[in-house]
Design a protein around this ligand. Structure first.
Ligand code: FES
Length: 108
């Protein structure tokens, strides 16, 4: 059974305003509210050294602040050039008002 990692409170993530979360032993994460549904992806763009939480959320799409590339928040699929490599997504559970993802195998 995998442990859950609490990232932030659901109430802290507003639609259109992704939140950067830093956790030990995890890459930088981005938490999104898309029309009331919560999603988590890696925060670092797969094209360069940019944090997607510094970009622009448009519905279910997050646009990178650097070169105008974008990703589908729910699937991680690259949606606009120059992004071609999908962004990693995490399966989210809500626990007592907290946004949680599975703790990766092998971490404490
Ligand atoms: Fe994100 Fe280039 S760093 S599109």
């Amino acid at each position: 059974m995998s442990n859950k990692l609490r990232l932030c409170q659901v109430a802290d993530v507003k639609d259109g305003e992704p939140v950067a979360v830093y956790q030990e032993q995890m890459p930088a994460l981005a938490v999104y509210n898309v029309d009331g549904d919560v999603f988590v992806t890696d925060n670092m763009c797969t094209h360069g050294n940019a944090m997607l939480t510094d970009g622009y959320q448009d519905g279910g799409i997050i646009e990178c602040p650097f070169h105008g590339g974008s990703f589908d928040i729910a699937t991680g699929a690259a949606k606009a050039f120059p992004c071609q490599v999908p962004i990693k997504t995490y399966s989210v559970t809500i626990d007592d008002g907290w946004v949680c993802i599975d703790q990766p195998e092998g971490s404490a």
